[in-house]
Design a protein around this ligand. Sequence first.
Ligand SMILES: [Zn+2]
Length: 227
Amino acid sequence: MRIMQCWDDGDVDDIRLVEILKKHGAKATFNICPGGIKSERRVAHHFGGKYDVYRLTLDEMPEVYAGFCIGGHTMTHPLLSLIDPDWALTELAACKKYIANHFGQSDCGMAYPCGRYDDAVKELVRQAGYLYARTVENADLKLNTDDPMALHTNCHFLAPDFWEKFEAVKAIDGDFYFWGHAFELMGDDDRWRELDAMIGRLTDDPATEWIDVRDLFMNHGRAGKNG
Ligand SMILES: [Zn+2]
């Protein structure tokens, strides 16, 4: 079975996450909003009422994400279904261009900020040239790759039934895909350890191979377990 993960927003906690992923040799896609500040970290929002969530600077991102797949998350994280279509298209196209120019990845997907989209937004994403766009909805057992501009995941990484879903997908040798934000682990070392164990278990399962989400939509063939 092929397994995939993606992480949104480009927050500073991705540094700790990347260490875990590298330790286990796990592939991942990071969906970034490059409309930020070049050399100074900024607070994007607060988590759990007490933690400041900082975004990585544009200068930091290439090093932090070296070796990983990058996806778009628009430039400034607007709710795309609520803004003017011209603005939405600019957000999408500029983000895609940034990823091509700064990460050398011209084929990429994106994730909808806060999962907000509609049919018109899907068309804009297609126009901007993305391979796929990820929602925050859950797929049934099988991923809905026949609707790439509204690609669901199997679940969020903190879903209580995560392993149940994983085992169900494994039973049909399907594709398993989960998502999250590293900031959701802020201030909780136990949860970080659980994530470490989770990535380890996924990697060590003889039935799995990590792929990048975009591989679903490109003619790469199957990536090897260690390649
Ligand atoms: Zn987001």
